[in-house]
Write a protein that binds this ligand. Structure first.
Ligand code: SF4
Ligand code: SF4
Length: 394
């Protein structure tokens, strides 16, 4: 083990009320040269207000173009333990369900070949194994894959799809988010492991509009469970909520975003034709209200964080689609969207940015999507009325 570093600036970060990553790094540093030198370099970076990471070169495993993010120290002589400090992304199980044995297996492999530091989980969803050498990548991959694990996506590829716990634990799930996530992962293995897109593409699957994984803000394509038909009402349970002290007029009808709930003091009615399926009333009165019986999903497109240009939220491209095996309609839609993006996207241009640049009408025409009022993102700015030269009466 190399020398221990004095880390007064990092030590300060241990003083708050929350668990500290510095404390965890120090624990790992007792047995790991990577973690020890990482502490030293980070302290120096804090002192100088300067990063000492250089993003260098492509590293990976044979047959895959992604899954490993290369990172090197720019002062390796000073911190040889982190001369290489590559990140390995491991495809997480849908819904993040693990057995204790599975977690031990991952940790044992990582103790053997890496820094002992992990991030459970990265914002894409993967298990993030932080810091290893180039020569360890193939052995790590061999050990992981021999036990049924696989690498996740990175670079200009489909990123590892991610979902909420869905029907495994949540009564509100309108779709089987975990099955859909697994299906997308298996169906697009090539697109995930061999980057060939203009830029990254993320899927996130939420069981309902509560959207616990924030798919509307963090996925190029959000799949959000919804329903067709009327919300199911149990009148006796509505009465129980009222008797229990709930102010239904204010808390339920008053906060319905489309104003489609009426409460006359004794009975609750819903104008379902104006319901936007936001889940507010159902989440507040789970015993009294349930989604309609015909289940499916709304597909939204385009959100992203503000990396190249500003942040975008997803908007609706398909108000309702059945999400049942073998998901042919869904995969056909994805293929059409990708084909247009492939043909027109510039390097490092996300699908949402491409639509903003070329216009929604161009996207609709190319993908041959049916038009619905729900697809209007901002009324008056993008009405779906477009005409060609020959339509104009002269
Ligand atoms: Fe449940 Fe909906 Fe949250 Fe999924 S998004 S966990 S279905 S509340
Ligand atoms: Fe209103 Fe939302 Fe309930 Fe529909 S789901 S009735 S929009 S609160």
């Amino acid at each position: 083990m190399g020398k221990k570093y004095d880390t007064p600036l990092l030590d300060d970060l241990e003083s708050g009320v929350f668990p500290s990553f510095v404390t965890e790094m120090k624990r790992a540093a007792e047995q790991s040269e990577y973690a020890n030198d990482l502490l030293g370099q980070l302290e120096l970076s804090f002192k100088e207000n300067l990063t000492h990471w250089k993003h260098g070169g492509i590293v990976g495993v044979r047959g895959y173009g992604g899954g490993v993010i290369g990172r090197y120290s720019d002062i390796p002589d000073q911190f040889p333990g982190i001369a290489h400090f590559h990140t390995v992304r491991v495809n997480q199980p849908s819904g993040w369900f693990y057995t204790a044995d599975a977690l031990r297996e991952i940790c044992d492999i990582w103790d053997k070949y890496g820094s002992r530091l992990t991030n459970m989980h990265g914002s894409t969803g993967d298990i993030i194994l932080l810091g290893t050498k180039t020569e360890n990548l193939e052995p790590i991959f061999a050990e992981l894959s021999s036990r049924g694990w696989d690498l996740g996506g990175s670079g200009s590829a489909m990123r590892t799809p991610n979902c909420c716990v869905g029907q495994a634990r949540c009564e509100w799930a309108n779709i089987d988010t975990m099955a859909i996530t697994n299906e997308i992962t298996q169906h697009y293995q090539d697109e995930m492991h061999r980057p060939a897109f203009p830029y990254k593409f993320k899927f996130k699957i939420a069981g309902c509009a509560v959207d616990c994984i924030a798919s509307i803000a963090r996925a190029d394509m959000s799949v959000i469970g919804t329903w067709k038909g009327d919300i199911q009402i149990d009148a006796a349970e509505v009465t129980n909520y009222a008797k229990g002290g709930m102010d239904i007029a204010e808390e339920i009808a008053g906060l319905c975003p489309t104003g489609c709930i009426t409460w006359d003091g004794s009975s609750l009615t819903i104008d379902n034709s104006n319901c936007s399926r936001c889940m507010h009333c159902i989440a507040k009165m789970p015993k009294a209200l349930r989604p309609g019986k015909e289940k499916g999903a709304t597909i939204l497109l385009g959100s992203k964080a503000p990396i190249v240009t500003g942040a975008l939220l997803s908007w609706v491209i398909v108000p309702f689609i059945k999400m049942e095996p073998p998901y042919d309609e869904f995969f056909d839609l994805v293929d059409r969207v990708w084909e247009w993006w492939d043909d027109h996207g510039k390097n490092r241009e996300r699908i949402g940015e491409l639509i903003e640049r070329l216009g929604f009408p161009a996207f609709i025409k190319a993908t041959e999507l049916d038009l619905h009022p729900q697809m209007i993102k901002e009324p008056r700015r993008d009405p779906f009325f477009f005409w060609s030269e020959e339509d104009i009466i002269k």
